[in-house]
Design a protein around this ligand. Structure first.
Ligand code: GL1
Ligand code: MG
Length: 214
């Protein structure tokens, strides 16, 4: 293992809460039933794919592509207000220290996130400089469970997928990692998923998997 590729939302930072609140506001305003269980199905999916799941409970007039684009834009505006208010204090304990230790051991580090707000979040939380490469929703055409976002991250790092571990909290992300030929490490909900190669409970547990390449 020479490199680690991290999903962002739900792994590096708990922005999943902000995505939930934004979708909840969109849904409530239109009498669409939405709860945390439905929200769990959105993990790792693109904004557009998430909307389709939210709309499963929509019973109003048919929506055009332009209506759906407007809903996605409105959700993003709400969400970005939360994301823009983030600070380094929003990085869970142990995350920054673990990333720095992986760096010190000579491991290459990348982010692989479907989010188009990846750079905003990493800037606000002071994590941007820790990574050698960022692959996100702005450089892909197919979101997870397609492996494109991780394959691009590996390409940016110059490390073959078989030598990279992907760290994910979402089943869609574990599926993407396996489809791309990566080692899949699951945390949170993905730690209980049968396709996960290794499960961790704390972010710092990664140090037990990380080689010292120095
Ligand atoms: C999109 C979705 C989010 C989440 C991220 C991936 O982010 O909207 O709910 O699934 O992808 O973690 P964004 O809207 O920031 O592009
Ligand atoms: Mg995630």
């Amino acid at each position: 293992m020479k490199a680690f590729i991290f999903d962002m939302d739900g792994v590096l930072v708990h922005t999943d809460r902000f995505h939930y609140l934004a979708w909840k506001e969109i849904a409530d305003a239109r009498d669409i039933y939405f709860d945390e269980r439905i929200n769990d199905r959105l993990r790792g999916l693109s904004r557009e794919a998430s909307l389709e799941i939210v709309l499963e409970r929509y019973h109003g007039a048919p929506l055009s592509a332009a209506d759906k684009a407007a809903l996605c834009a409105e959700k993003n505006d709400i969400c970005r207000r939360y994301l823009a208010a983030m600070t380094p204090a929003d990085v869970p304990e142990g995350v920054r220290e673990t990333l720095e230790e992986l760096c010190a051991r000579g491991c290459r580090l990348a982010v692989g996130s479907s989010s188009k707000n990846t750079k905003l979040v990493l800037e606000r939380t002071g994590l941007l400089d820790v990574f050698d490469a960022i692959s996100d929703g702005t450089n892909i055409t197919r979101a997870k469970p397609d492996p494109e976002v991780f394959l691009k991250a590996a390409e940016f790092l110059g490390v073959p997928p078989a030598d990279c571990a992907v760290v994910e909290d979402a089943e869609a992300g574990i599926d993407a990692a396996k489809a791309g030929g990566f080692i899949a490490i699951g945390i949170g909900p993905a730690a209980r998923y049968e396709k996960t190669d290794h499960s961790i409970h704390e972010f710092s547990d990664l140090l037990t998997w990380a080689p010292d390449l120095t």
